[in-house]
Write a protein that binds this ligand. Structure first.
Ligand SMILES: [Zn+2]
Length: 342
């Protein structure tokens, strides 16, 4: 019987150390320690033993049971640790795998063109001003020397906010001339004022009821048309290349005298005429002129001492020419296929 116990102990410990999962451990526990198990079978046969042998064998059997139970616990713990390790391995994050790409945006072509213009004018000593889009008619028209009966004041052209037509969505950035003179008071004044303006225009390839202008104003002693020409030439050459050819054409604006429109020779046909310039050979870029003495007086600046020039550039047109965009609507539609080209 002693050999039998020893054999059970050996077999049990051997099998337990080879077990590869907890189900196997359970089966072994039943096989050796269960009610119909091998060890139980031995204990049952102890009745045949003599009274002296019985406690000795009983003690030996208990030792075997204890050894098997201990080994069983040990194997269980080892298997649990192994399972955890495998789980951690399977769930591990591989930090060397490239992540999902993040789509980064970039600046809109309008902002690019505006930033280029701002940088240039700041380098020439201009200050950039911001102003309200909801404006007083007084600033938008009256103090800019625009007569009460001027067609641009018409309700069919202008978005009025109030019925008395005293508050409106500004139709141009030129009221910033008045605001700059009111704010700075004493020349020299050198400002650039970009922003949104609103007119009752139907949407088409070259029109939108909301668009952007860049206003410029310089006032000082002895400012002449030559300063205006030099400044605008610097801008146009920076935007469209050193070889740009520029033309100044007489024009009329109520708030400048003399006034002019500035054209650049068509960069596609070099003046010969093509669809881009509608056969003209020239492309209209902006309006400008010497600040009207009445506008200076309206801002308490003495036109006998000071003179100045002003200009207004359509930012969409500038961006369209700068980036060769043929339809203004593309600028506002924000189609990602269009925007990602810049
Ligand atoms: Zn052309």
């Amino acid at each position: 019987m002693k050999e039998q116990l020893e054999k059970i102990r050996q077999e049990a410990l051997d099998a337990l150390s080879k077990a590869s999962d907890t189900n196997e451990l359970d089966a072994l526990r039943v096989r050796f320690l269960g009610k119909k198990g091998e060890l139980t079978g031995v204990l049952k046969s102890m009745g045949k033993l003599s009274a002296e042998e019985r406690p000795v064998m009983g003690q030996a059997a208990n030792n075997v049971r204890a050894a098997i139970e201990e080994k069983l616990e040990e194997a269980k713990t080892a298997l649990k640790a192994k399972a955890l390790e495998a789980k951690l391995e399977a769930e591990a994050i591989d930090v060397t795998i490239p992540g999902d790409p993040v789509q980064l945006g970039h600046r809109h072509p309008m902002n690019k063109a505006l930033d280029e213009a701002k940088d240039l004018f700041i380098s020439m000593g201009f200050r950039v001003l911001d102003g309200p889009e909801v404006e007083l008619a007084d600033y938008n028209f009256t103090r800019l020397n625009i007569a009460e009966n001027h067609p641009s004041r018409d309700r069919s052209d202008t978005f009025y906010i109030t019925d008395d037509e005293k508050v409106l969505l500004r139709t141009q950035t030129s009221p910033m001339q008045i605001r700059a003179m009111d704010e700075i008071k004493k020349p020299p004044i050198r400002i650039l004022a970009p922003g949104r303006v609103y007119r009752k225009d139907e949407v088409d390839a070259t029109h939108s009821p909301m668009f952007h202008q860049i206003e410029g104003l310089v006032i000082d002693k002895g400012v002449t048309m030559a300063d205006l020409k030099g400044t605008l030439e610097t801008l146009i050459k920076a935007m469209y290349g050193e070889d740009s050819v520029i033309r100044f054409r007489p024009h009329h604006f109520p708030f400048t005298e003399p006034s002019c429109e500035v054209d650049v020779q068509c960069f596609k046909c070099r003046g010969a005429g093509c669809p881009t310039c509608k056969g003209e050979g020239w492309i209209e870029l902006l309006g400008a002129g010497m600040v009207h003495p009445k506008v200076l007086e309206n801002c308490d600046i003495d036109p006998e001492i000071y003179s100045g020039f002003a200009f207004g550039i359509g930012l969409e047109r500038m961006a369209m020419r700068r980036f060769k965009i043929s339809d203004m609507r593309m600028i506002f539609e924000n189609d990602i296929r269009f925007l990602s080209q810049f």
